[in-house]
Design a protein around this ligand. Structure first.
Ligand code: PGA
Length: 253
């Protein structure tokens, strides 16, 4: 029997961008998606301040919402942090963890990412676990080794194809306008697929979604999304405008 390919996901990571005026882009996206036969899931991960508002605006559509980063604990004395349970309560279906900006700006190591991803599953959220090599690591030929260590070290306890998504985002391609070539993406995604099969078993590993992220735009989405083992995109800058984001989503129509 032919293997079923996982349903693709195009997720927008707004990062620390967006105020109430940005909600018009969400309204626009919802109206643009009306009547479109989607072959992928669509997600918006706004800043936490807008999450319930985005959830309200997308409730009647197929757009799902996600959070950005969570604390490993359920609650407690952690000023400024948000728990996975809080994101679930606000209507999120997923949370992004281990983004390279968190790893770099907040010194998060694989063990921290694993704890956060495990918290996401505890709260009933899907964990979107980011991995990716720096420019220096790629130049020195360490890419696959780095990715192996990140995947192994960051996967949550109890990871399955239904509750965990990997996002491969080469650090040097994030927000730079540089993208990995189709061959580079194919090599790393194939490697991640193999590692997942070894870690969670062939069946789950073959169904777990692996997104590509890093300067995905309407103009390069079709080529990148056609690469083997690419099951969608994690989109930063180009997710902020509905017109750009829909251009990427349309790679799947
Ligand atoms: P970018 O960001 O699309 O702006 O490069 C992607 C990401 O960091 O998720």
């Amino acid at each position: 029997m032919a293997k079923k390919t996982p349903r693709a996901l195009v997720a927008g990571n707004w990062k620390m961008n967006g105020t109430k005026t940005s909600l018009r882009e969400v309204r626009l996206l919802v109206s643009m998606l009306k009547g479109v036969r989607l072959k992928c899931d669509v997600m918006i991960c706004p800043p936490a301040t807008l999450l319930t508002k985005v959830r309200d605006l997308t409730r009647s559509s197929r757009v799902i919402t996600g959070g950005q980063d969570c604390h490993a604990s359920e609650s407690g004395a952690h000023t400024g942090d948000l728990s996975a349970e809080m994101f679930a309560d606000a209507g999120a279906g997923a949370v992004i963890v281990g983004h390279s900006e968190r790893r770099a700006d907040h010194g998060e190591a694989n063990g921290d990412v694993r704890a956060k991803a495990t918290a996401a599953l505890r709260a009933g959220l899907t964990a979107i676990v980011c991995v990716g090599e720096t420019h220096d690591e790629r130049k020195s030929g360490a890419t696959l080794r780095v990715i192996s260590a990140q995947v192994k070290g960051s996967l949550p306890e109890g990871a399955s194809a239904d509750n965990t998504i990997i996002a491969y985002e080469p650090v040097w391609a994030i927000g730079t306008g540089l993208t990995a070539t189709a061959d580079e993406v194919a090599q790393v995604h194939r490697h991640i697929r193999k590692r997942l099969s070894a870690l969670v078993g062939e069946e789950q590993g073959s169904r777990m979604r692996i997104l590509y992220g890093g300067s995905v735009k309407p103009g390069n989405a079709a080529e990148l999304m056609a690469v083997a083992n690419v099951n969608g995109a994690l989109v930063g800058g180009a997710s902020l405008k509905a017109a750009d984001f829909i251009g990427i989503i349309k790679a799947y129509t």
